[in-house]
Design a protein around this ligand. Structure first.
Ligand SMILES: CC(C)(COP(=O)(O)OP(=O)(O)OC[C@H]1O[C@@H](n2cnc3c(N)ncnc32)[C@H](O)[C@@H]1OP(=O)(O)O)[C@@H](O)C(=O)NCCC(=O)NCCS
Length: 155
């Protein structure tokens, strides 16, 4: 069965470089030119939830992750949300979002994130989950694409 684990801080730091290696090879990070080093630094410094699928070992295969900032000034901020390409479309992104939103909304009124304008699939995924567009940040990470700021209010 799929497991969603909150990862202890020291393990998060240790796992970050390996996780950043596959993140850097997939969009939106590949297209935005965000390489393994900044991704590892960001993931290593923040609370992490990992989705693990059973693989016969006790640990399970890492199938997805959310790296987030629970105490950002405007609300909880989700900085990296991803399912490994081999594991998409099986409910992992939904399970990760459900777990992090449930934890965030205990203390925070809002969950925020940004999505690149070319990332239409993730954008639609968030809108279906009740996120609302707050604004567009033109050329924010890369000329020619916007970062779209999305926000969800505590249900
Ligand atoms: C966005 C993302 C995290 C979704 O993860 P996932 O594990 O595939 O999500 P789920 O299996 O829970 O599916 C979520 C929804 O997307 C739909 N979906 C899944 N794969 C799809 C695909 N290849 N094409 C179209 N729709 C798809 C599902 O039907 C589901 O729809 P529903 O909410 O109406 O039920 C994943 O696509 C991903 O990692 N994308 C690349 C990284 C990224 O863009 N991250 C977000 C940065 S802001």
């Amino acid at each position: 069965m799929l497991r969603i684990d909150a990862v202890p801080t020291d393990l998060t730091r240790a796992l970050a470089p390996e996780l950043a290696l596959w993140l850097a090879t997939i969009d939106p990070w590949r297209r935005l030119g965000i390489g393994p080093e900044p991704l590892a630094n960001a993931i290593g410094a923040r609370p992490l939830r990992l989705a693990r699928e059973p693989d016969g070992s006790g640990e399970g295969t890492v199938a997805g992750l959310i790296s987030w900032v629970p105490d950002a000034p405007m609300g909880a901020y989700l900085s990296v949300v991803a399912t490994h390409p081999d594991h998409r479309g099986r409910g992992i992104g939904t399970a990760l979002m459900d777990a992090v939103e449930a934890e965030a909304f205990v203390h925070r009124r809002f969950v925020l994130l940004s999505v690149s304008s070319f990332n239409t699939h993730a954008h639609a995924f968030y809108l279906r989950r009740g996120f609302v567009e707050i604004g567009h940040l033109p050329d924010q990470i890369q000329d020619g694409s916007d970062e779209i700021l999305l926000r969800k209010r505590r249900p």
